[in-house]
Design a binder for this molecule. Structure first.
Ligand code: HEM
Ligand SMILES: N[C@@H](CC(=O)c1ccccc1NC=O)C(=O)O
Length: 282
């Protein structure tokens, strides 16, 4: 008879710690009792567990995204573009994970979702403080949306701080100026809580960078990382919108918006506008 493949691992010769010492174990280190004890479906519907876990996993990824983004912005402020780029590269991978979650979610049909949607009341992704913080740190400053967090002090503080700080793009323009490029003073000092206004002079600055990449290599390389980040963000938004259309059609959202029509409006937004418009003029 031919030799068989093993069907379970032989533990002989291993020195496995059957009772880990020192109070620390896998579960305790990762505080799994809290994470795995945090799913509280409101119904007996099978798909509600998936709905909850997708959102919780997304919030964990958002937490890491913000952790990386805060550090990346701090590095740009300190003219340390290389470590900032490393963090943006990680953010790009996290964004891919987030976008992939739509593939799991779209295994839920309208019939499945409508069985528990009413129980969600007025709750909605609209009220994700981490998502709003991320949008603000990336430069999408829509102050009114912070108001949905008014009743949650911790969330409101997080979001409000992000609203008034210079965004990743603001800090990039400041870095470009420090590197010797001509950046209008209105882009370097302004009320950061206001939406960024695209400026022909900033586009001209990017034109200079893209026309002489050898001279402006660091700024050029960083700019391309920003374009990557925005494209990935847009892919998340588009997949959200299409998944929502597939599951609830053109119903109003539980958050009170028009639903898909609101999500489509967000698709026209630009985080780093001149990095896109400059491409036409090169
Ligand atoms: C069945 C699945 C889902 C449906 C039907 C859905 C639907 C919607 C709708 C209609 C809105 C617009 C606001 C409103 O009026 O409610 C919205 C916003 C939002 N959703 Fe979802 N969503 C789903 C899954 C998710 C998941 C998995 C996430 C991941 C965190 C998410 C995050 C968000 C965020 C962050 C917003 C605010 C977007 C913005 O203000 O630009 N959604 N969603
Ligand atoms: N806005 C969704 C509900 C929804 O998706 C949702 C509800 C509670 C917690 C998170 C949610 N996800 C994203 O909006 C709807 O209108 O069906």
């Amino acid at each position: 008879m031919s030799e068989h493949f093993p069907t379970s691992v032989n533990l002989e010769g291993e020195d496995i710690h059957w009772s880990p010492e020192g109070g620390l174990s896998y579960g305790r280190y990762l505080v799994l009792d809290r994470i795995l004890g945090a799913q509280s479906p409101l119904t007996e519907e099978h798909d509600e567990m998936m709905f909850i876990i997708i959102h919780q996993a997304s919030e964990l990824w958002l937490k890491l995204c913000l952790h990386e983004l805060e550090a990346a912005i701090a590095h740009v402020q300190a003219d340390e573009v290389r470590p900032a780029m490393k963090m943006l590269a990680r953010i790009a991978r996290i964004q891919e994970q987030l976008t992939q979650s739509w593939a799991v979610l779209s295994t839920m049909t309208p019939s499945d979702y409508l069985k528990f949607r009413d129980q969600l009341g007025q709750s909605s992704g609209f009220q994700s403080a981490q998502y709003r913080t991320l949008e603000y740190r990336l430069g999408n400053k829509n102050a009114a949306l912070a108001k949905v967090h008014a009743s949650d002090e911790e969330a409101h503080t997080l979001v409000s701080k992000a609203l008034v700080q210079p965004s990743l793009y603001d800090e990039t323009l400041r870095f470009a100026a420090r590197s010797g490029l001509t950046v209008p003073s209105t882009a370097i000092e302004r009320d950061w809580s206001q939406p960024y206004q695209p400026d022909d002079a900033v586009e001209a600055m990017w034109r200079e960078v893209y026309l002489d990449t050898g001279k402006w290599w660091e700024v050029y390389e960083f700019a391309e990382k920003l374009v990557d980040l925005e494209q990935k963000f847009q892919q998340w938004r588009f997949n959200h919108m299409k998944t929502v259309e597939r599951i609830i059609g053109f119903r109003r959202g539980t958050g009170g918006s028009g639903g898909v029509s609101y999500l489509v409006k967000a698709l026209n937004l630009r985080l780093f506008p001149e990095l896109w418009t400059v491409r036409t003029t090169l």
